[in-house]
Design a binder for this molecule. Structure first.
Ligand code: ASP
Length: 341
């Protein structure tokens, strides 16, 4: 018989741990103990569950690179003592945090499962209980050789497990709040937990390391018909910004405009990096497929193929080193953690 798995919950906040203020009716976060009191089923799982909490749990709109470092370092410091990790997190920016963590860890051989809920754990119809209990089961799951089944950062929500850097929140209403537009689900929870074994990420490296050095001189521009790109001069300015994600039309297309070529081209010539991703809900950038994207290839814009916005931004944060442009460019184009095809 396999030994009982040991799982660490890292509680950061989010709706799962919120209660309504009786006066203002606003939802705000409570202590982790109140969550575990509401889910006594945790004690019936055959898992040794421990928890740590942010001193000040937050709505995930507050999450920033400092929080990502805190989560990553907590996991890193406890890595050898636990079989898996569950990060309780607000759903609003969960896909950003999951993507960031995926790039911050190298050589991950244990599961890091993010989950949360659309309704607080104290509400009768909450989705939080199922999400938490199944996330714990996934974080504890081992194969027949006693090795972790999941060895990547993943998001569990509403009976589905997604690769963290492939998913995106797409509903503020449904319990089914996430989807993974360009990559299949890693697992589905029904009567049994069905793992999509062939699609699971495996690192070639078995030495865990973290890169907490994130570059926040990163910006995002979404094109729209009629955009006046000169208004974005402060963004395409190497003095303050090292890299920009451009969300383009369709397969990576943009208007054939002299000002766009000049603004983006000057930024690249001055040492800035530009990553082209599509604003479509699925599919991939193919620079050069249309005349309207050839200009980007000509001036040195990097194709983000089918990266999500969340993965594009956090990949730039993790990879862009203004003192080593060539290496940064190479890393951005490579498939580092199963985030692109
Ligand atoms: N605003 C909440 C948060 O992201 C929503 C949620 O948890 O679902 O923290």
């Amino acid at each position: 018989m396999q030994a009982k798995s040991k799982v660490l919950i890292v509680y950061t906040g989010g709706t799962i741990g919120m209660i309504k203020d009786p006066v203002t009716d606003e939802l705000s976060n409570v202590d982790f103990n109140l969550i575990s009191d509401r889910v006594p089923e945790i004690n019936r799982l055959n898992i040794d569950v421990h928890s740590v909490s942010f001193d000040q749990p937050v709505d995930s709109s507050e999450i920033n690179v400092t929080h990502w470092r805190e989560i990553a370092e907590t996991i890193f410091e406890n890595y050898l003592d636990y079989d898996g990790f569950v990060v309780l997190h607000g759903s609003d920016t969960m896909a950003f945090t999951a993507s960031a963590l995926s790039f911050m860890f190298d050589g991950l051989q244990k599961p890091v499962i993010l989950t949360g809920s659309q309704l607080p754990i104290g509400v009768i119809r909450t989705d939080g209980k199922e999400n938490l209990i199944t996330a714990l089961e996934i974080a504890a799951a081992k194969d027949e050789n006693g090795k972790a089944l999941i060895t990547e950062v993943a998001v569990y929500f509403d009976y589905k497990l997604f690769r963290g850097n492939r998913c995106t929140k797409d509903s503020a209403e449904n319990f089914e709040a996430f989807r993974s537009p360009n990559y299949p689900e890693l697992a589905a929870a029904g009567v049994h937990l069905h793992y999509n074994t062939e699609k699971l990420y495996r690192s070639d490296n078995d030495q865990i390391a973290i890169n907490s050095n994130l570059n926040d001189r990163v910006a995002l521009v979404k094109l729209f018909p009629g955009i006046n790109i000169d208004l974005y001069a402060a963004v395409f300015n190497k003095k303050d910004v090292d890299a920009v994600v451009i969300e383009t039309f369709g397969a990576g297309n943009a208007p054939d405009s002299e000002s766009l070529r000049r603004v983006v081209g000057d930024f690249i010539s001055s040492g800035g990096l530009v990553l082209n991703i599509t604003q479509c809900n699925s599919g991939s950038v193919e620079q050069g497929l249309y005349k309207s994207s050839s200009m980007f290839a000509e001036i040195g814009v990097i194709s983000g193929t089918n990266l999500t916005t969340e993965a594009a931004i956090t990949k730039l944060m993790a990879c862009v080193d203004p003192n080593n442009l060539e290496q940064s460019k190479r890393k951005i184009s490579e498939n580092l953690r199963g985030e692109l095809d």
